[in-house]
Ligand binder design. Structure first.
Ligand code: NAI
Ligand code: MG
Length: 335
């Protein structure tokens, strides 16, 4: 991620999508607008409603908007999510999936000191979904691990640690069983580590990591791992710190970046204006840091922290009774 401000004016692709995606997007933009940064928002359609209206869940026009923007904010899609968000990640070659796991006050976090980032490889591993059935009773799934992709993600994790003053990177694998593929991952992990002598390193097997996330979550800084392990551990991470209304994410490529809450369109609460906008807002904070707007990111992040600490204006998922836009207004007032 960039460490200093990159431009005076940014074009942001805004894709609200379906259900609460639209509601939390409106809330996040309400706060972004108060930050005195020159954003030119270009709205794109995607998702179930778009499919109904246009015949496509992800029109070329929307991809073009994302391609031509400095960053994309994405809300959530509904049933068409796989055709939308997975396709965007592929089209834009967004190789790194970042999911911060951080304890905020009054959110039922397992411990108050949890603050780590999972850096997940987004393009290979088991999620190439290359499967073959040999008989009715047997199937094989290929798991691809290449030096190119793993070195890129591991280097990204170390660089992220360096740029963000994190002291340790943990490599997670299963090299005792998957000696060739994860053996390669582990070798590359320690090769890349040599380029960053100031960063501490350790590596764990993925099963042990699943336990350590519960027994000593405070000990982690940055975790870097392959695609499936990253997917599983990041959902475990979400469970550690109080749920979907709070977890943002970033998808980063060489020349594209998309920021989205981890949650979906939540049809059970959509249209009522009661969704928690904090996951979307924290995604916007990640976007600001990516753009090098660290001062604005700190202001936004601290305002969210204040609102959670005060615990006066919270949505229902956090035990409050405020609306989405009441939370947005409160965050804005605390900037
Ligand atoms: P979901 O994340 O939409 O909802 C799961 C549960 O968490 C629901 O009870 C919901 O009300 C609650 N929840 C989620 N976000 C919340 C928020 N910000 N504030 C308060 N409560 C919140 O996942 P679900 O129900 O599995 O999927 C619903 C739809 O969303 C499906 O059509 C699915 O395909 C889509 N989806 C899209 C994703 C994306 O666009 N990236 C990711 C996950 C699901
Ligand atoms: Mg997942």
């Amino acid at each position: 991620m960039s460490t200093s401000k990159t431009k005076d004016k940014y074009q942001i692709a805004v894709v609200p999508g379906d259900g609460i995606g639209k509601e939390v997007m409106e809330a996040a933009i309400h706060v972004l607008d108060a930050l005195d940064i020159d954003f030119d928002y270009v709205y794109g359609q995607a998702g179930d409603e778009c499919l109904e209206k246009t015949g496509s869940a992800l029109p070329d026009e929307t991809l073009e908007i994302i391609r031509n923007s400095d960053a994309c904010l994405f809300g959530a899609a509904g049933e068409s999510a796989a055709d939308v968000i997975v396709k965007i990640r592929q089209e834009m070659r967004m190789f790194a999936n970042l999911r911060p796991v951080k304890a905020y006050p009054n959110t039922n976090s397992l411990s108050d000191d949890i603050d780590f980032m999972i850096v997940r490889e987004n393009t290979e591993g088991l999620y190439i979904a290359n499967e073959e059935s040999y008989t009715d009773d047997g199937a094989v799934a290929k798991r691809i691990i290449t030096r190119e992709a793993e070195e890129r993600i591991i280097d990204y994790a170390f660089k992220y640690a360096k740029d963000n003053n994190k002291s340790k990177v943990t490599g997670v694998h299963k090299a005792n069983v998957l000696k060739k593929s994860d053996g390669l991952f582990k070798d590359i992990f320690y090769e890349v580590a040599e380029r960053y002598p100031e960063i501490a390193t350790e590596d764990y097997y993925v099963d042990a990591t699943a336990m350590y996330l519960i027994t000593k979550p405070e000990s982690f800084d940055i975790i870097v791992t392959t695609n499936l392990f990253g997917d599983i551990l990041s959902d475990e991470g979400a469970g550690l710190v109080g749920g979907l209304g709070l977890i943002p994410s970033a998808n980063i490529g060489e020349d594209a970046a998309l920021f989205e809450p981890v949650h979906g369109s939540a049809p059970d609460i959509a249209g009522q204006g009661i969704a928690n906008p904090i996951a979307m807002m924290l995604s916007a904070v990640m976007m600001l840091r990516h753009l090098g707007e660290n001062e604005a990111a700190d202001r936004f992040d601290n305002a969210i922290l204040k609102v959670l600490s005060d615990a006066n204006i919270l949505t229902g998922d956090l035990g409050g009774s405020a609306t989405t836009m009441e939370v947005a207004e409160e965050v804005k007032n605390n900037l």
